[in-house]
Design a protein. Structure first.
Length: 296
């Protein structure tokens, strides 16, 4: 079910929130949430839901609502929701308020296509997120970051210094970001880093894995005569490139392509897929269930 209502000009972001829910499916969940919001004078702007199985499955919901005065009564509202709705239905739930843009930390290496695309979309207002810092293992993209007014930190990484480099990056990120994006960051993050950073991490990679690995996958794909290039954006887990997938896309190619044009087409897909994944995460449209995602 999808329910939409256009917010009025008076509905300010400070009084608008996004509610996400995951819980065992049973009768009455939608009614309980809707009745609670109605009793508090809220107006539902948008609502999406999904059940993996109506008999014993898992229920997911994303809802946006407006409530006049919410900016002055957030703690009491959350306590009331927890007691009246969330606890009886055993919900894993989260409220995010629209007047607080998510803070996105960027990790980059030397490829600029995904990095610059995110900076540009942020400046154009297409991504409702703040970028408090960029961390790179190279100096190459410093000038680009500074042109957009984003602080740029270089943390060199080598095989011998990787543990120290990860600790330095963690020190920069802690308390400063709500999620991290690997915008073609060409380093494998350790399990310790992922546990300590404490926020979701999103990665982008080409679609040739695991068939074409190594430093030049596009040439290997060209030699094999592939007819599709694509990209996958996913949450990062300790198992390499195996986390829950957020977004994917492909572009068809022909025998007329060269390794260079394959790479250009592939990078175009990468930046578009990453931008869609980041936008979905920023807007709380992604709910994770095991190693899968529901993207509303």
């Amino acid at each position: 079910m999808t329910q939409d209502a256009r917010p009025t000009p008076s509905q300010q972001p400070a009084n608008t929130a996004r509610l996400t829910i995951s819980c065992p499916d049973r009768r009455g969940i939608v009614a309980a949430v809707s009745q609670f919001l109605h009793n508090h004078g809220a107006n539902i702007i948008h609502s999406d839901q999904h059940s993996t199985d109506p008999e014993g499955g898992q229920f997911f919901m994303r809802m946006e609502f407006y409530l006049d005065g919410l900016d002055m009564a957030r703690d009491p509202f959350e306590r009331a929701f927890a007691g009246v709705v969330a606890e009886p239905f055993c919900m894993d739930w989260h409220l995010w308020y629209s007047d607080r843009p998510k803070r996105m930390g960027l990790l980059v290496s030397q490829y600029d296509h995904c990095f610059l695309d995110l900076l540009w979309r942020k400046r154009r207002g297409e991504l409702d997120a703040e970028i408090p810092l960029v961390i790179s293992n190279h100096e190459l993209l410093r000038r680009d970051a500074e042109m957009f007014g984003v602080p740029f930190h270089v943390v060199p990484v080598s095989r011998d210094t990787k543990p120290q480099a990860e600790q330095e990056a963690l020190a920069l990120l802690k308390g400063q970001v709500d999620f991290v994006v690997l915008a073609r960051y060409m380093q494998i993050l350790s399990g310790d880093f992922l546990r300590e950073v404490g926020v979701p991490v999103i990665n982008i990679h080409h679609s040739f894995l695991p068939a074409f690995v190594g430093a030049n996958p596009y040439r290997a794909a060209f030699t094999r005569g592939v007819k599709l290039v694509g990209a996958t954006a996913h949450y990062v887990t300790e198992e390499l490139d195996a986390g829950p997938i957020i977004e994917q896309d492909v572009a068809r190619v022909t025998h007329r392509e060269t390794p260079e044009t394959l790479m250009r087409l592939g990078r175009d897909v990468e930046r578009q897929v990453l931008a869609r994944a980041v936008k979905a995460h920023v807007e709380d449209r992604v709910l994770v269930h095991g190693n899968k995602t529901m993207v509303f």
